[in-house]
Ligand binder design. Structure first.
Ligand code: ZN
Length: 202
């Protein structure tokens, strides 16, 4: 319950629509309490990150919030198999993708929540960049603010997939938000777990 309350409080700090010049190319800070902030470089044509990952006691936020208008395509950040596609009260329409094991045998997942519509269904194999849904405001944790809450569940040294900062896994390197480009990214191998931005850049 504490987590829900804090997530709500966090979401409420961003209200209404961002003005056009803040809608792209801006990245929220990590806050002083976070022990391992990533220096984030976001391209000027990428929809803004309005809230960062936090893994601190009593103030967790296990993903990134990406702000864009309702109906914006949400695209797979890496290829894999859709293992969840359902609606729930807190997170609304949500999709989870299981990615192939990397060269060290570790698997990872990505999770996309508050979707307006789900396009991908359980069992679908999706390539990086495939549209899986549209960005929305579903689920009470969205607080009516249009955004994609995007999570990375990484199987590190343990059996359990634990939430990690998505900014650690961009194709171009740690902290370097990487817009999906069909020509450059469609054929990337899954030897390493790397991500492209889960919404298209303009
Ligand atoms: Zn969020």
């Amino acid at each position: 319950m504490m987590r829900i309350a804090i997530l709500l409080a966090g979401a409420m700090t961003v209200t209404g629509c961002l003005s056009e010049e803040k809608a792209f190319g801006k990245s929220a800070g990590y806050g002083r309490s976070y022990h391992s902030p990533v220096h984030v470089h976001i391209p000027q044509n990428a929809p803004s990150i309005t809230q960062q990952f936090r893994k601190v006691e009593d103030n967790e936020h296990y993903g990134l919030d990406v702000h864009a208008p309702i109906g914006t395509p949400v695209i797979a950040a890496a290829g894999g198999e859709v293992i969840k596609s359902f609606w729930g009260p807190a997170y609304g329409n949500q999709i989870e993708i299981l990615h192939p094991a990397d060269s060290s045998g570790k698997t990872s997942r990505t999770r996309y929540v508050h979707l307006e519509k789900r396009i991908a269904e359980v069992g679908d194999q999706v390539a990086r960049g495939t549209q899986i849904g549209t960005l929305g405001i579903t689920g009470f944790l969205s607080s009516g603010f249009p955004h994609l809450h995007f999570e990375t569940l990484y199987r590190g040294t343990s059996i359990i997939h634990s939430a990690e900062d998505p900014n650690l896994f961009w194709v171009n390197g740690e902290g370097k938000v990487t817009c999906f480009d069909q020509r450059r990214h469609a054929d990337l191998s899954s030897e390493n777990f790397v991500l492209t931005y889960p919404v298209p850049c303009k």
